[in-house]
Write a protein that binds this ligand. Structure first.
Ligand code: ZN
Length: 375
């Protein structure tokens, strides 16, 4: 009893009644109820529908992202859990988060606007807010990885029937051994849906990934498909055009976050080579360089930490004007670790250099030049 009395004393001194918790908690609960009421009264598909033209695609809705220049719809609204996500911006959230971003409001303001129902009836085509860092909401499940890995195998098996594709790759110095090692495949555009049906897999999962769409069919058609494999599973696919009519040279998988290609093989490497495209990456890896591909000219901030171990980063870009510009930007990003490999002589990219008789030796020489530079 004595002990209780002594411990009680200082507590009373430190926490006067007026500042105790119960009163604010009641308000918090009420606010939470308000939030949920406003949420329930504002279905996400209706609110976003005021700004974005949404089209049903499986159990979700698809549209062009209002936050970035989005020629192919990469903005998804999930009605079942009342969330949205843009695969281009890597951002998403709930209905409040959307209103905050599009109207440049705070959370409280967004709550008020939705509560009073005073959002404008209009279509916004472009509203680019300042870049806000945000963690991707969607994470791929094991089911997604299983389907992606299966797709990789279906495409890989199909490539051996494609004599012209094999000839093309051989000309590009990508031989059968590399095709096998990197599980490179070919998408006819007819094989995958059949196989998935045969396995009895939920078509919604393939749809989530963007691999197969009920109305538009298979995403990769007449493309060489290069997977990114991590721990034996495919986590991403990129398709390279093989036909003249195909306007996009490369197509990335719409429903999965874009990874750094080749990351697994460069762990603990002191020198890392960074290039733009997957074919250049295959060339570099084939020559024995520890290389990663950005699948584009831009490196996302959260990917930089993935190559934090590297002491020197050799930047290998196309020798044209955009390529050089990209090299400078990347050098800026990597700071004093960066070494820009000098412009490749008389060729557009590394893969083209590989097609020349002494291409590999020329490249090794350029790398030594780059290594000698100190930033
Ligand atoms: Zn976007």
């Amino acid at each position: 009893m004595h002990q209780t009395a002594t411990t009680d004393k200082p507590q009373i001194k430190m926490a006067p009644r007026a500042m105790s918790k119960p009163a604010p908690q009641v308000t918090t609960n009420r606010t939470r109820d308000d939030i949920e009421t406003v949420r329930a009264n504002n279905p996400i598909e209706q609110v976003i529908g005021r700004y974005v033209e949404l089209k049903p695609s499986g159990r979700r809705l698809l549209g062009r992202c209002p936050f970035h220049d989005d020629p192919t719809p990469s903005f998804v609204v999930y009605v079942h859990n009342q969330s949205w996500y843009c695969f281009g911006c890597d951002i998403g959230g709930d209905v409040f988060r959307f209103v905050e971003r599009i109207e440049h409001l705070s959370f409280t303001e967004a709550l008020q606007r939705l509560g009073s129902n005073t959002l404008p009836e209009r279509h916004v085509t472009h509203a680019l807010p300042p870049q806000v860092k945000s963690v991707p909401m969607l994470e791929l499940s094991d089911e997604h990885f299983t389907l992606l890995t299966a797709a990789t195998e279906v495409y890989h098996a199909a490539i051996f029937m494609q004599t012209r594709v094999l000839e093309y790759l051989a000309k590009r110095r990508i031989d059968l051994d590399m095709i096998r090692r990197h599980r490179i495949g070919y998408a006819t555009g007819n094989d995958l849906a059949k196989y998935f049906r045969f396995r009895g897999w939920d078509p919604e999962i393939a749809n989530d990934l963007g691999l197969i769409n009920e109305s538009r069919g298979e995403y990769f058609r007449q493309r060489i498909v290069i997977p990114e494999i991590r721990q034996g599973r495919a986590i991403y696919l990129v398709g390279r055009a093989t036909q003249k009519y195909q306007r996009a040279k490369y197509l990335g998988l719409p429903g999965a976050p874009k990874p750094l290609y080749g990351l697994e093989a460069i762990q603990h490497a002191k020198d890392v080579f960074v290039c733009e495209g997957p074919i250049d990456w295959l060339t570099l890896v084939g020559w024995g360089y520890p290389a990663v591909a950005l699948l584009g000219s831009h490196l996302k901030q959260d990917r930089i930490s993935e190559i934090a171990d590297a002491e020197r980063i050799f930047i290998v870009t196309d020798s044209d004007e955009p390529g050089r510009k990209c090299a400078c930007q990347l050098a800026e990003t990597f700071g004093k670790r960066a070494r820009i490999v000098p412009p490749l002589p008389n060729v557009k990219d590394v893969n083209e250099l590989a097609m020349k008789q002494n291409g590999q030796a020329v490249f090794a020489h350029l790398v030594e030049q780059a290594r000698a530079t100190i930033r």
